[in-house]
Write a protein that binds this ligand. Structure first.
Ligand code: NAP
Length: 282
């Protein structure tokens, strides 16, 4: 039976540490502040934004929300980002996705000052990550790395298989795992014989968004299983990309959904906001 990687507990520990760092910053006259832009009326986004605001409140980070309606033009969105880039009281800017289809999200991400890009989506941060320079790392991959570190799971020399190659999860994970000297293989929707690949994984990271896609027969005995997926099953219950009940019996470590990668993502966002505020101090 696998050991469960408790993301909820770990995230709480990280937030507690950050609370102390925020107090220190405040003593030096810096009040860290996160600005969140939401365009349109996406229900899931509202929940995510509420969770982020709660996390900010808990550690003493100020939070300002900018709600734009779904008729907002690209020019209006870019102007708002510009305004926030120029505000000295704001250290982190986050544009909640998705945004309405008529808007170009990449153009908007590129407009955010990379020094305030706490989501790590700006091309400068993406580039810096790939050449190993200090940068903001996309929060979910950053959370995965942190989990493995905290559970003393060695990545060096291990076969790391990532399922999914999105810009926000899969691709930055490639760089993170390479940096830790993992031997990285990436699978995607066009990959053939995926089971033959996943069965070789010492560390298998599922980030594709398909409920219970990873079944026990796809997993090597003793593998470490990280489940990034968040899906709803027919009963409306949250499930990951991994068939937890059966895979748990074969794995050495496994993350649950909920309570695994999800809370870590928010903790790493808070880590990035505090880092942005500290950068200002330098
Ligand atoms: P995404 O942009 O839809 O990307 C999904 C990736 O999975 C794509 O690269 C796609 O391949 C690949 N894929 C889809 N079907 C596949 C299949 N049958 N076999 C192999 N690969 C397949 O998704 P995302 O934004 O990366 O998110 C992935 C999952 O993580 C979602 O469930 C999302 O809700 C969750 N998520 C969780 C957190 C968290 O905090 N826990 C944060 C972000 C995302 P192609 O590139 O070929 O299309």
């Amino acid at each position: 039976m696998a050991e469960i990687i408790n993301g909820k507990e770990l995230a709480q520990k990280i937030r507690l540490g950050l609370k102390g760092e925020v107090t220190e910053l405040k003593n030096n006259g810096i009040i860290p502040k996160l600005a969140v832009i939401m365009v349109g009326d996406d229900k899931a986004s509202k929940v995510y934004v509420r969770n982020k605001s709660k996390a900010c409140e808990e550690i003493g980070v100020e939070f300002e929300e900018f709600l734009l309606d779904d008729t907002t033009t690209m020019e209006q969105l870019l102007n708002l980002i510009d305004e926030l880039n120029n505000r000295n009281d704001i250290h982190g800017i986050l544009l909640q996705s998705p945004i309405p289809k008529h808007l170009d999200i990449n153009l908007a991400f590129n407009k955010i000052d990379y020094r305030k890009d706490v989501d790590g989506f700006h091309p400068i941060n993406v580039g810096k990550l790939s050449i190993g320079e200090d940068c903001f790392i996309s929060c979910t991959p950053f959370g995965v790395v942190k989990m493995l570190e905290e559970y003393n799971i060695d990545i060096q020399g291990k076969n790391v298989v990532i399922i999914g190659r999105s810009n926000i999860v899969g691709k930055p994970l490639i760089q993170c795992m390479l940096k830790k000297n993992g031997t990285v293989t990436v699978c995607h929707s066009k990959t053939q014989n995926i089971k033959e690949i996943t069965k070789n994984a010492d560390i298998l990271i599922a980030a594709l968004g398909k409920a219970k896609f990873v079944t026990a027969d796809m997993v090597k005995d003793g593998a470490v299983i990280i489940d990034v997926g968040i899906n709803r099953n027919d009963d409306g219950k949250l499930v990951g990309d991994v068939d937890f009940e059966n895979v748990e019996k074969k794995a050495s470590y496994i993350t649950p959904v909920p309570g695994g990668v999800g809370p870590m993502t928010i903790a790493m966002l808070m880590t990035n906001v505090v880092k942005a505020a500290k950068n200002l101090e330098k």
